[in-house]
Design a protein around this ligand. Structure first.
Ligand SMILES: O=C([O-])CC(=O)C(=O)O
Ligand SMILES: [Mg+2]
Length: 216
């Protein structure tokens, strides 16, 4: 950690397998809406969790953190477990009166190769976070800062924006929103995406060509 604090109240899972980043990036080449369409829209987060610093696009693997309301010690500890390609996914209990994230933590994310941040709660320092180039999605922005006392959990499944997010899951965001996918599903999802994309491109071509099926 980059702060001097006793992190003994934070429990950390022993380790996890991350979805292959090449596969995650291949899926992320398609729009989130299309990814949702080929996965029965089961992993799509609530639209209330929105880009807060003008950077709406990321793809990576879930690093899950559970904080106490208005406290971010678990995030500081959790970032020690980050690997390049991770996306920090924080269950902050939808608390929006205290920000649990800001630009100092953003600096740590950048150094660790974290590609994005999703908070079921609030962030602050959005101008600085925009300058850092780190996409940050959250429920709200609030200038009131957090405590750093814990407790918290790193690496166990979290519930964020109505979706269960497991360590190493794929997570993809664009201007439409966020989708979370289990690592084991990615190859099949990629095949379905390719087929659905080809179908929709054919439909677009027919529409532009005026080729309506009913002849109207
Ligand atoms: O005070 C905090 O821990 C949150 C914050 O503003 C920062 O990380 O810059
Ligand atoms: Mg700050």
């Amino acid at each position: 950690m980059f702060i001097a604090a006793d992190a003994s109240s934070i429990s950390v899972s022993p380790g996890w397998r991350r979805a292959p980043i090449g596969l995650v990036d291949a899926v992320a080449a398609y729009p989130v809406a299309l990814i949702g369409d080929v996965t029965a829209r089961m992993g799509m987060m609530t639209s209330v969790i929105r880009p807060q610093n003008g950077l709406p696009r990321f793809a990576g693997t879930v690093l899950p953190v559970l904080t106490r309301d208005g406290d971010n010690l678990a995030i500081h500890r959790g970032l020690d477990e980050a690997a390049p390609g991770d996306v920090l996914v924080v269950d902050a209990h939808a608390e929006t009166n205290r920000a649990v994230f800001g630009d100092i933590l953003g600096e740590v994310c950048v150094v660790r190769g974290v590609r994005g941040v999703v908070i079921d709660g609030a962030t602050r320092d959005v101008d600085e976070l925009e300058r850092l180039g780190l996409p940050v999605f959250a429920r709200a922005v609030n200038p009131a800062g957090p405590s750093k006392a814990g407790p918290g959990v790193v690496g166990a499944p979290v519930a964020v924006g109505n979706v269960v997010c497991r360590a190493g899951d794929a997570i993809v965001a664009d201007r439409d929103g966020i989708v979370v996918l289990p690592a084991a599903a990615l190859e099949e999802v990629l095949e379905r995406l390719s087929a659905q994309d080809a179908f929709e491109n054919g439909l677009r071509a027919r529409i532009r060509g005026g080729d309506a099926v009913d002849g109207g």
